[in-house]
Write a protein that binds this ligand. Sequence first.
Ligand code: TTP
Ligand code: MG
Length: 378
Amino acid sequence: MKRSIIHVDMDAFFASVEQLDNPELKGKPVIVGGISGRGVVSTASYEARKYGVHSAMPMYQARALCPEGIFLPVRHGRYREVSSSIFEILHRYTDVIEPLSIDEAYLDVTGKNAVEMAKSIKGEVFEKTSLTVSAGVSYNKFLAKLASDWNKPDGLMVITEDMVPEILKPLPVRKVYGIGEKSAEKLNSIGIYTVDDLLHLTREQLINLFGKFGSEIYDLIRGIDDRPVETSSETKSMGRETTLDRDTMDKAELKKYVTEFSRELADSLKRHGLYAKTVTVKYKTSDFKTYTRSRTVDDLISSEKDIAGLACKIIDAMELHEPIRLIGVSVSNLTEEGPRQLSIFDMKYDVRINRVIKEINEKFHREVIISGRKLEKQ
Ligand code: TTP
Ligand code: MG
């Protein structure tokens, strides 16, 4: 059966939440990000985008482009809270949800009226949070994501089979899933700028250019994408990372970051009902070399304390020769099955007996104390 996929993506998410919490900011150019010297823009409200400000731009550049902008630091905790309520709404529509980030997800609603559902999701998100979300509807992931981006903000776009490939032809190659900035530059250098140009290449030519992935590109630009919507049980890993305001060798400072990330990861695991067995710390040194160090445990972990505990142990064991410019934490080896609560009947007989004796003793002891108090009071 032909699939029905919805892709939802909140509009200018961090900035919209700031405008929500402080209505004076509505309609103004709000820029959220690292507001210190080396910080970068996390996102900008649509008002600020008119000045050319965009995500990942150095903050000093954003200040130069938009001097009247309102510059705010990132409040991850608050965005996570809003994100949770949005995902709660989405889960009422289907369980086949693949979260892509804090503000973005695919839903597989095959067999249902996807367009009506997308309208309803938009309505409900706005009603519950006063925030707008853009939705894209199509018959695969690539086209649904493209559609949600089509007329942001507050957009709703449907891409049907008969619109393909005409609708794709004028798009710059960068819009094709998997073609990053570098690949786009490579294509531009040989005179290929749009999907239309790409359509003239054979599968073999694309494989020569991009390796195995070339074959996928060949299909994508013809509207073919069989990737399933992967629910959280298929999620392989989750991670958070940041470029530091200044390079450091101070392990205490690094631990502060990994503890903050561990809290976010614990939240995310909880939201998806997942547990992890492996914690990985990734770091990049000032000479741009990237390292990863992992620890795997027998237990299933999901709490901030457990994740941060392992991450900090990894940091303790790191031998630093160069200052660090980027630090990140991820959890992997994920499973949906929680740690089994051992019931008394799962234990070996002698352990069980000991436990019962201990409980009886404790109860007895409590009773003695209670009666002791009673005696005192009398
Ligand atoms: P996006 O959905 O990419 O951006 P957005 O929601 O701000 O704007 P749009 O309307 O175009 O969807 O990312 C979601 C949030 O993730 C964004 O509000 C801030 C954060 N983010 C970063 O911190 N750094 C980044 O480079 C990007 C792209 C996003
Ligand atoms: Mg968004």
